[in-house]
Design a protein around this ligand. Structure first.
Ligand code: ZN
Length: 263
């Protein structure tokens, strides 16, 4: 094995996914050793508030990293791995993270406005060289510094409030050209992956390594599991558009992407 792949899986909405998740990882990511976090083993100073699981998983992942020195990958339980992620894990950056949907309006907006994009902690790779940076972020998170436990919120706020540089960098994987964002801060390099490498609310097949699907957007766990067995383009759109019960009133333009592709 050359790295650890971990997830946090807790509660009735997520536990039915675990066997599918494990089977897919074992089949696809041969050089990974899988660890599942399924309980709260951290004292939460601010109780079980939103994103408490981010604190637990980062704690466990840093512990694993310190103990073994091997890269540790976090994959959200609602992220379906489509291709071996090993080439992403060994990219020469200290921290690798996927991109959030929404460009410069991505959550949290006040930070993505400054960066021009957002980071999505549904997929991240941490290396030993990032430990002191991660410890800083962990302390901000567990202290609820930005009124949130969220790793994404705390990391993005920390970055925009400190000295950083950002640039584009090209990467070719499987013959496809991608453009990653490289952030330099505190003497480490963070790679924010091109949106088409790990895709949030995917609409079409683009050779992506992972499809990060919001379970509520597709109407629950049972519907979500269909995306494991059936081609994404044959299933309902995974976007949030027009789902008024989820607070979205936009008219969906995504359907055009599919018809355009086959026209
Ligand atoms: Zn849509």
């Amino acid at each position: 094995m050359s790295y650890y792949a971990t997830t946090f899986c807790y509660g009735p909405k997520y536990t039915p996914i675990l066997p599918f998740f494990l089977e897919r990882l074992k089949e696809t990511c041969k050089n990974s050793e899988i660890e599942i976090h399924d309980k709260c083993n951290v004292k939460l100073k601010h109780g079980f508030n939103y994103a408490w699981w981010d604190v637990v998983r980062l704690h466990n992942n840093m512990e694993l990293l310190m103990k073994t020195g091997k890269p540790v990958v976090h994959v959200d339980i609602d992220l379906i791995i489509e291709k071996d992620i090993e080439p992403l894990v060994h990219l020469e950056y200290d921290l690798i993270i996927s991109k959030e949907i929404g460009k410069d309006e991505a959550f949290p907006k006040e930070c993505s406005k400054i960066l021009g994009f957002g980071m999505c902690s549904g997929f991240y790779v941490i290396k030993k060289s990032a430990l002191s940076f991660l410890l800083k972020i962990y302390n901000l998170m567990s202290n609820h510094t930005y009124q949130s436990y969220s790793d994404q919120v705390n990391m993005m706020n920390y970055i925009v409030q400190n000295k950083f540089m950002v640039r584009d960098e090209e990467l070719v994987l499987d013959g496809i050209r991608y453009v990653n964002k490289i952030i330099e801060i505190d003497n480490i390099k963070i790679c924010v992956l091109d949106f088409n490498i790990i895709t949030r609310d995917p609409i079409i097949n683009n050779g992506q390594f992972g499809n990060h699907i919001n379970i509520d957007n597709v109407g629950g766990t049972t519907n979500f599991l269909e995306y494991y067995s059936e081609d994404i383009e044959k299933l309902p759109l995974t976007c949030r558009c027009g789902k008024t019960h989820l607070g979205d009133n936009k008219i969906c333009e995504h359907i055009k992407l599919r018809t355009h592709k086959f026209a």
